[in-house]
Design a protein around this ligand. Structure first.
Ligand SMILES: Nc1ncnc2c1ncn2[C@@H]1O[C@H](COP(=O)(O)OP(=O)(O)OP(=O)(O)O)[C@@H](O)[C@H]1O
Ligand SMILES: [Mg+2]
Length: 465
């Protein structure tokens, strides 16, 4: 059990936190202001700090910075009022590990605390283990020389053996799919099925039947019964990709399966039980969806038991040479060409690029280079990096660097981009969302602000039996 420091000026809230975290078996130190909190930090060994952001005297943000100076590795969870999410975001940037919006339930708070302590424990243990053994984690087909990726693999190694739900975060193309499969392959379920659900690809109206299956006659066109993905994944792993795109109605149903491990097929009253390990992935900030109310908080906490954040490629460029060799070998094998190396000049171009599309973009770049190259060495001329987006380039014509057109605000520019994406996608919102790197829900929210009517189909096949 842990030593927890609570800094909260409101006496009733402080007392409540003290009692409920004490009930969990933790030793709780309670302080009414930052100055007292710092005294505890200097005196005792604290495993976790829970602080309000609005405090008399030194405010929560300053306290957070001071805490991090005293002990960089202690996780700090901040509490903040619902309306002041900006300060929470600021706190995250300053090194807070998570935040909780007030009002919250003690159950939510306990979950967050447990998660932080679990993650911290795994990190500590991993670090000691690695330091003791000089151990490096290796998984088939995953390149991870850098410390950042080694951290990721260390977590993978630890969680694979458990049944915990894992939430994989990271930009598009960083390797979330790859890591999800590695978790499955290194788990006790490796011989069971690995079933992936791509939430962006499923229309809202078909979501329920995809996940939970249906009985013959459950809706028009249901000519035969069909099991859903949950049934198919029994004794194995279900990977919910792009979890941020799951429609609200399905979120409720998912929550139930997560809590009770049971569900019914559409058109059936028979309750089915499954034994499934859940992995979820999102390539954007689910928090934004939480704040907009498009993603359920209770579901978020259920999914985010073990978060694994995969860094963008520009933050682990040390892996680029190995990745290049890895992809080169693969594409050369597929194409029966005889290219076996890359020139230092060409590699240096790859090392200096910022890789907005991450490892996938690097993979595509190498594939193209192999296809176009005529020699036995990849050289500068074979490397074709994507030109900057067209819109940004036009806006930048006189400035030289991408910037807003004269007289336009950032907000107007964003609105313009959203309209343009809709035009290019011929009004298809899912596609427009993909073009913009937004979830469908986030796009809908923005369209709502722009006054564009939401004409999404609201019918669910199961509802007109
Ligand atoms: N560390 C790595 N080592 C080797 N290959 C990698 C690594 N990371 C990613 N890749 C490769 O890059 C490609 C993109 O990875 P993946 O599909 O897992 O990304 P993703 O995060 O799921 O992307 P998206 O958000 O678009 O779904 C895949 O072909 C994958 O095999
Ligand atoms: Mg993916």
């Amino acid at each position: 059990m842990a030593n927890i420091l609570i800094v909260e000026d409101e006496p009733r809230m402080r007392r409540l936190l003290e009692i409920s975290l004490g009930e969990e078996g933790h030793t709780v130190h309670a302080a009414e202001d930052a100055e007292t909190g710092i005294k505890f930090l200097r005196k005792d060994s604290i495993d976790l700090v829970l602080t309000d952001l609005k405090l008399p005297g030194m405010n929560g943000l300053e306290f957070l910075q001071e805490t991090k100076e005293l002990n960089a590795s202690v996780p700090v969870v901040v509490m903040t009022a619902y309306g002041s999410v900006e300060t929470a975001v600021e706190a995250m940037k300053a090194g807070a590990s998570d935040y909780v919006l007030k009002p919250f339930t003690m159950a939510e708070m306990k979950l967050v605390v447990k998660k932080e302590l679990d993650v911290q424990k795994v990190r500590d243990e991993n670090r000691t283990l690695r330091e003791a053994l000089g151990k490096r984690y290796q998984f088939q087909n995953i390149i991870a020389r850098s410390a950042r990726m080694q951290e990721v693999l260390a977590l993978v190694a630890r969680v694979a053996a458990t049944n915990s739900t894992v939430l994989l975060g990271g930009e598009s193309g960083v390797g979330k799919d790859l890591i999800a499969r590695a978790i499955h392959q290194n788990s006790r379920r490796a011989t069971g099925p690995f079933i992936k659900v791509n939430s962006t690809a499923i229309p809202d109206t078909l979501f329920e039947s995809e996940l939970f299956g249906f009985e013959k006659g459950a809706f028009t066109g249901a000519l035969a019964s069909k099991p859903g993905k949950f049934e198919l994944a029994d004794k194995g792993t279900l990977f919910l990709d792009e979890i941020g795109d799951v429609p609200a109605l399905i979120q409720v149903k998912l929550l139930r399966v997560l809590q009770e491990r049971e569900f019914e097929r559409l058109g059936s009253t028979k309750t089915l039980k499954v034994e499934v390990r859940l992995l979820a992935a999102t390539n954007r900030d689910l928090r934004a969806a939480l704040e907009q109310g498009t993603f359920r908080e209770d579901l978020y906490y259920r999914l985010n038991v073990v978060p694994i954040d995969i860094p963008p490629l520009r933050e682990h460029k040390e892996d680029i040479p190995d990745l290049v060799t890895h992809f080169l070998a693969r594409f050369v094998r597929d194409s029966e060409r005889e290219i076996n190396a890359i020139t230092p000049e060409a590699l240096s171009i790859l090392m200096n690029y910022h890789w907005p599309g991450n490892v996938r973009q690097l993979e595509n770049t190498i594939e193209r280079a192999v296809a176009l190259s005529s020699g036995t060495l990849l050289d500068v001329a074979d490397i074709h990096l994507d030109a900057p987006a067209r819109g940004a380039a036009t806006a930048a014509t006189n400035a030289g660097a991408p910037f807003l057109p004269e007289g336009m605000t950032l907000e107007q520019w964003e609105d313009e981009m959203i309209r343009e994406a809709l035009r290019r996608a011929n009004g298809n919102k899912s596609q427009a969302a993909r073009l913009l790197g937004l979830s469908r829900n986030a796009l809908r929210y923005r369209l709502g602000k722009l006054g564009v009517p939401d004409d999404e189909e609201k019918q669910i096949p199961g509802e007109h039996v």
